[in-house]
Design a protein. Structure first.
Length: 175
């Protein structure tokens, strides 16, 4: 039996040549890689997606048209609060986190379509931790707010206070 197997392998090598045998070896290696590496990773990915509650329907995502997506953005940004309400909330968050709010400048940016943008340049003073808390809370509690730019400056290395200039934008739907 062992001799028959050796004879069969020798005959296959003679008929296929070195290139053919190498090709078969690569095919077998690819099949083993797929079976022992890719399939377990796919199974693990499915478990993680299920645990995270992600239900992806790629066909529905690909078939959704652009108008529906834009409509969803407008619906998300359409809030009953006025600009002054959002600014009061921003001021209250500043007081709650302990940062010192200085006078800010506001400017309406002309944008095409149904969106209005209110750019806010806000100088702050406080510790790095306070500023991080202020930004975290502001972006979480004001859904129409975006952080465009931040500049940090510290006068003295030993000083714990940091001066910052934030450029924020309120994205609102025109009424």
């Amino acid at each position: 039996m062992k001799q028959k197997l050796h004879a069969l392998l020798y005959r296959a090598r003679e008929e296929l040549g070195v290139t053919g045998v190498a090709g078969i070896a690569l095919f077998v290696a690819a099949a083993l890689f797929m079976a022992f590496v890719l399939q377990p990773l796919k199974a693990k990915n499915r478990v993680l997606e299920a645990r995270a509650g992600i239900g992806r329907d790629l066909g529905a995502v690909q078939n959704a048209n652009a108008a529906d997506k834009v409509g969803a953005v407008y619906q998300y940004l359409e809030k009953p609060e006025a600009t002054t309400d959002w600014l009061a909330k921003l001021y209250a968050i500043g007081k709650a986190t302990g940062v010192e709010l200085q006078s800010a400048s506001y400017k309406t940016q002309a944008a095409g379509g149904r969106l209005q943008r209110y750019e806010i340049v806000l100088p702050l003073t406080g510790s790095y931790t306070q500023m991080r808390d202020f930004l975290k809370r502001s972006l979480a509690e004001i859904p129409v707010l975006s952080l465009d730019q931040i500049s940090l400056k510290r006068e003295n290395r030993r000083d714990g206070t940091v001066q910052a200039e934030l450029r924020l934008t309120l994205h609102m739907v025109k009424s």
